[in-house]
Design a protein around this ligand. Structure first.
Ligand code: SAM
Length: 276
C-alpha cells in the first residue's frame, strides 16, 4: 500500500534490503500501515512520551509511532540486517529515532530514558515476548518506569495475560498481571496480516500499572502460584502441600478444598503473605 509518511512502501524496503524473514528471530512483519497505526493508537497519547519499541524489523510499527507524533522512539533490534532500513526512517524524522542493535533480553530498559515518561509498544518476537513482559512487571520499584505496555502476542498468551479467576487461561501470568496492572485485550490480528503469516491468531494487549498494588513479596507470590497452578486440577490442600498445605491455607483463610483457578488475585496475595 502507498505510505502516508512519504517513505517507500514496506514491501519495497524489505526487498531492497534483503530482509527475508528469519523464523529463529520470530520475524513476522506487519506491512499494513493502517494496522500499525491502530496498534500505535492503542497506546494512548504519545506526543509527550519516549516510546520504547522492541524488534522494529523493517520499521512498519516504528513509522506509525513516529507519524502519530511520539516525541522520541528508542528501538532495540537484534537483527543487524534491519539497521540500514531503520536508518532511512531515522533520517526522515531527524533526532526522533534512536536504534540500538542488541538483545532486548539483555537490555537495561530503565536506563534508556531516565526521568522521561515512557510507553512501550511492540510487536514482540514470540520466543522472548513472555519473558520480556515478566521483566517489565518486576522492576525494582513500583510504579514502574513505564506508563503503559501495548504489546502483540500470540492470542493464547494474550488470553493468559488478561485472564481472571474461573477462566481456563488463568494462571501465573494472569495473577502477576492482575496484581500489578490493569490489563485489557485490545483486538485480534489474523495470521494473513503478517508476512510471512504465523500459524496462529495474534492479539494486542494493553497494560497500565496500578498505582498501589496489594503489598506482597514477588518471590512468595511466584512460589504459591507455581505450586498451585503446577497441579491446577487438584485441591489446594494437595497442590500447596510442600509450602505448608492446610496450615498455610488456614492462615490465609482459604478453603483447602478449592482449586487454584478459583482463587482471586487478592486471595493469592493473602496466600503469599501467609507464607511469611
Ligand atoms: N516490528 C516489526 C513489525 O511489526 O513488522 C517486526 C516484528 S517481528 C514479530 C519481531 C522483531 O523482533 C524482528 O525484527 C526480530 O529481528 C526482532 N527480535 C527478535 N528477537 C529479539 C531480541 N531478543 N531483541 C531484540 N529484537 C529481537
Amino acid at each position: 500500500m502507498a505510505a502516508l509518511d512519504g517513505l517507500p512502501p514496506l514491501r519495497d524496503v524489505i526487498q531492497r534490503h534483503g530482509l527475508d524473514a528469519k523464523k529463529a528471530l520470530g520475524q513476522n512483519f506487519l506491512l499494513d500501515l493502517n494496522l500499525t497505526q491502530k496498534i500505535a493508537r492503542t497506546a494512548g497519547p504519545i506526543e509527550n512520551h519516549t516510546v520504547i519499541e522492541v524488534g522494529p524489523g523493517p520499521g512498519g510499527l516504528t513509522r506509525a509511532i513516529l507519524a502519530l507524533g511520539a516525541k522520541r522512539v528508542i528501538a532495540i533490534e537484534r537483527d543487524a540486517r534491519c539497521l540500514p532500513a531503520l536508518a532511512e526512517i531515522s533520517d526522515h524524522y531527524p533526532g526522533r529515532l534512536t536504534v540500538i542493535e542488541g538483545d532486548a533480553l539483555k537490555t537495561d530498559f530503565e536506563a534508556l530514558a531516565p526521568g522521561e515518561p515512557v510507553r512501550i509498544i511492540a510487536n514482540l518476537p514470540y520466543n522472548v515476548g513472555t519473558q520480556l513482559l515478566v521483566n517489565w512487571l518486576l522492576p525494582k520499584t513500583w510504579p514502574p518506569f513505564w506508563d503503559s505496555l501495548t504489546l502483540m502476542f500470540q492470542r493464547e498468551v494474550g488470553l493468559r495475560i488478561v485472564a481472571e479467576e474461573n477462566d481456563d487461561h488463568y494462571g501465573r501470568l494472569g495473577v502477576l498481571c492482575g496484581w500489578r496492572t490493569d490489563a485489557r485485550m485490545a483486538f485480534d490480528v489474523p495470521p494473513q496480516a503478517f508476512t510471512p503469516p504465523p500459524k496462529v491468531t495474534s492479539s494486542v494487549v494493553h497494560l497500565e500499572p496500578v498505582a498501589n498494588p496489594l503489598p506482597c513479596d514477588v518471590a512468595a507470590l511466584e512460589r504459591v502460584t507455581h505450586a498451585a497452578f503446577g497441579q491446577r486440577r487438584k485441591m489446594l490442600r494437595q497442590s500447596v502441600k510442600s509450602l505448608g498445605g492446610e496450615a498455610l491455607l488456614a492462615r490465609a483463610e482459604i478453603d483447602a478444598q478449592r482449586r487454584a483457578e478459583t482463587l482471586s488475585v487478592e486471595e493469592f496475595v493473602r496466600l503469599a503473605n501467609a507464607l511469611g
